[in-house]
Design a protein around this ligand. Structure first.
Ligand code: SAM
Length: 218
């Protein structure tokens, strides 16, 4: 295993790993591997769009540790567990609206104390902005029609002026009617009009079909 270009991430060929913050404990059945006196968890690109994005080789500072982060659509915590490995001192507020899934997030946060789950609708950031405060990194993975609008409203509510973000755009949740290229172009332009510069744009196939990762910076 050797260091990958993103701080903290290790790789063995095409396989990515993060240092396990809770040694001996798996989050989603992933492989655990010892190397150089540390334990690592394999980061599965079929289970995590962020791992799929890294396999497209985005810039080295894509995962630079922020002071605080806001993660929209935590689900069972697969991806956020790897961010928790990579950013041990960064509070990561995780928004999830499904109560059943939220229970799993709460369980994860008991051992990973940098995770702060909130049961809330990401379309209503005014309900949690005071609890979140200002963050340097915004991550969004919610399959909603107005994904760009949700990203921008959360950025307005919580993202610092120099903040960065990643929007995992699920193309067919926006509309079934327009071609994929037009949907991505519209998302890119809307982010640009709101003052975001595109740092990387990558399709996530074959790991997540009909998804495009948009990494942006204010
Ligand atoms: C594709 S899953 C997220 C997977 C997760 N990001 C990962 O990689 O481990 C989408 C999640 O977003 C949640 N979600 C959908 N709409 C939401 C909303 N408006 N507010 C908060 N969570 C939402 C769903 O309940 C679901 O758990």
């Amino acid at each position: 295993m050797e260091p990958a270009r993103w701080p903290g991430v290790a790789r063995d060929g095409r396989e990515l790993f993060t240092p396990n913050a809770v040694p001996g404990v798996r989050v989603y059945g992933e492989e655990l591997r010892a190397s150089g006196g540390r334990e690592y968890r394999r980061w599965d690109p079929f289970r995590s769009k962020l791992a799929a994005f890294l396999l497209r080789d985005p810039p080295a500072d894509t995962l630079a540790e922020p002071r605080a982060a806001l993660y929209l659509g935590g689900a069972h915590g697969t991806t956020v567990s790897h961010l928790s490995d990579l950013w041990p001192t960064c509070p990561i507020v995780v928004i999830e609206k499904s109560p059943a899934t939220f229970v799993a997030l709460l369980g994860l946060a008991r051992r990973r104390t940098n995770l702060l789950p909130i049961l809330a609708d990401a379309q209503l950031p005014e309900r949690y902005r005071a609890d979140v405060g200002e963050v340097g990194f915004l991550y969004q993975d919610v399959a909603q029609r107005d994904q760009v609008g949700i990203f921008l409203e959360n950025a307005d509510a919580c993202l610092a002026d120099e903040g960065r973000g990643i929007l995992m755009l699920k193309i067919r949740s926006v509309t079934q009617r327009s071609p994929a290229g037009a949907i991505v172009r519209e998302a890119r332009e809307r982010l640009g009009r709101a003052g975001f510069r595109l740092v990387a744009e990558e399709p996530l196939a074959p790991f997540a079909r009909e998804h495009v990762a948009l990494a942006v910076r204010r």
